[in-house]
Design a protein around this ligand. Sequence first.
Ligand code: NAP
Length: 319
Amino acid sequence: MRGAQIREPGQPPTVGHLAALEAGPDEVLIEVIAAPITPLDLLCASGRSYFGVPRTPYVPGVQGVGVADGRLVWFPTDAGMRPVDGSMSAFAVAQRSQLVALPAGANPTTVAALGLSAVAAWMALRWRGGLAVGEQVLVLGAGGAVGQAAVQIARHAGARRVVAAARSLEAQARAAQAGADAVVALDTDDVAVLADRLAEACEGPLDLVLDPLFGPAAAAATRVLGPGGRLVHLGGSASETAPIDSSTLRSKSLRLLGYTNNELTDDQRREALTAVVDLSLAGGLEVVHEVVALDDVADAWQRQASGTRHARVVLTPLT
Ligand SMILES: NC(=O)c1ccc[n+]([C@@H]2O[C@H](COP(=O)([O-])OP(=O)(O)OC[C@H]3O[C@@H](n4cnc5c(N)ncnc54)[C@H](OP(=O)(O)O)[C@@H]3O)[C@@H](O)[C@H]2O)c1
């Protein structure tokens, strides 16, 4: 079968002929239809993640959509986090207990583009962040896959106003397309300037921030949060650190919360994935994506790494 492999940490995958797979006990063999390239895939393959240096060679891909036992399913893998292979090949093996059966009408590439990005947005806003009807929400990095999903999910959950913030003009356009009430440019690292812009875009108290960036944008967002406001932090796309003021945190009794998909139970992940697919089928959720043949994975991987792609890449392996 054809598949992509990381041969050396930090290098993009190469495509070649791989040995046929066999499912072990409690596992299932899946014919892969669609597999996204996400920041987690790159982080794991870099050898610099908190999962350590991966065993090589391995097939990357922490999630995918395919056919198992005649059913369309979404599946997660631990590729790059443990010594197992992932989704970026014609066939993959997954834990049977972790499969999510997809409803009739689900589009494999649409679901693959949403996947764990939308699960993170859903759980970080609604579960970790406790989003309540009528609250005002700020989504940072709103042009990314997590951010686009978060704008739409916040609206669906009953937020009264959804403010988005994004870096490039293309990312700002994606945030607007996702339905944000206002879009703020993150084109400076000046925390005071960003805080002024965010405050101007908000109407009344800001209750909840979804933060996949950290850095100056997260620090600015804390300055704009109202008393008792929450910031759910789930990614460091901008920076590993953030210049957050002690006085800002304590004077408003703010709550800074961390979130990772990796702590979800199989049931939580299945329920969240099912909810986002249902919302998508109802026309309320989509992230901009580009479909790329598996043979072109190296180029697409490099574009994701350098930030020069403008949409979530979804690979379509061919048997
Ligand atoms: N904790 C979890 O369970 C979990 C789950 C999913 C994702 N994540 C994390 O969440 C983050 C976002 O994921 P994603 O899938 O949305 O990634 P993505 O689709 O690649 O989007 C990343 C976004 O970050 C923006 N960005 C990058 N550097 C920036 C900077 N210095 N200032 C402002 N914006 C910047 C990019 O803006 P441009 O478009 O302008 O380049 C892009 O829109 C990643 O760090 C990922 O690892 C965490």
